[in-house]
Design a protein around this ligand. Sequence first.
Ligand code: SF4
Length: 402
Amino acid sequence: MIGGPFSCGLYIHIPFCLRKCSYCDFVSYPVAPFDTARYCAAVVKEIEMALEGDGWPEEVASCLAGASGSGALTPRTAYIGGGTPTVLPISELEAVVTAAIDLCGRGAAGSGGIFEFTVEANPCTLSSYKACKLRDAGVNRISLGLQSTSDQYLTILGRAHSYSEFLAAYRSAVSAGFSNISVDLIYGLPGQTREDWRRDLQRTADLAPQHISCYALTLADGTALARSVHSGQLPQISDDLAADMYFDAASILSEAGYSHYEISNYAKPGMECRHNQNYWENGYYFGIGAAAHSHLPGMRCENVPDVAQYIECVEQGRRPLANVEWLTPEREVSDAFILGLRTSRGVDTSALAKTYGAGLVGEYAERLEKLRETGLVEFDGQRVRLTEGGMILSNRVMMELL
Ligand code: SF4
């Protein structure tokens, strides 16, 4: 029953933040009223249950049992995201990291355990002490949310930190010994000019982190920022300006030695995020915590987003599932194209045909050829990938392929 990629990740969701940013539609809640120690205990218990196959639908449990000996479903990368994981007291976060490493190592069957362990952090919540504790616990990658180097735009975004506080957090991570640091930026902010954005890129590149993510601002329905823009209180930038900013990122960061390996992601040679690459390769992963998603053989599923409900389910020994979607081979192939085309490596159509059948993959040939004629994709031997122009029009490409 197990087909497709033989790699696996572990994602742990910490849905707490200092406060809600104005653009945020992630599952995250201001931390103050929550019993975070109880949440973390539930997370540790869920990791154990998930890896041992407890409480999964029968089809998945038997797959997990069958795969455990081969190590095919043993996580090799871990990522604690949110929310803001570093909003937790360090003892709680440390306990989650240690449990994840112990449990994945225990099930590794000689496959070597986790080799990339990322924790997302926000300035104001990452002291030198916390950074050292995380390093000592086995975390080897930090992803820091900066978003803008201008305090004016940080205020518009409702971020809880200034640029100088980001710099202090960055220095803490470096002096704790982290040599794999990622910095997140957002472009297309209300009123932002190209000069503002180019300064964000240059200042960030000058720090020389190993990895930089550049996301276009999304005005998600129901957020405070979307309301301010739609009511005319704040200006919205044009699509043309957003496109120029996208290409500014590509040129400034490539000049600074970063490779553009995914639509929104840039890395120094060899420093690509392995955990996220597994997502884009349509690999398997366990999602732990409220609202976390999993992809396992033949299924995708989602945990309940409500923290109290999540804790109650896990404490009673039940899987906290809100949704299970069974995947057909057609759906797996479609996901492999949609995800793989986000990356500069693209999709290995021969490997896909070997796993799911040449017939299913061949169904995309005509649509891909049309996209090639319009210059949005290119073929290189057995691989198909987006061109640089196709990357910025990726939504259009994905619509045509669906
Ligand atoms: S820090 Fe991130 S997850 Fe938390 S509110 Fe801000 S954008 Fe959302």
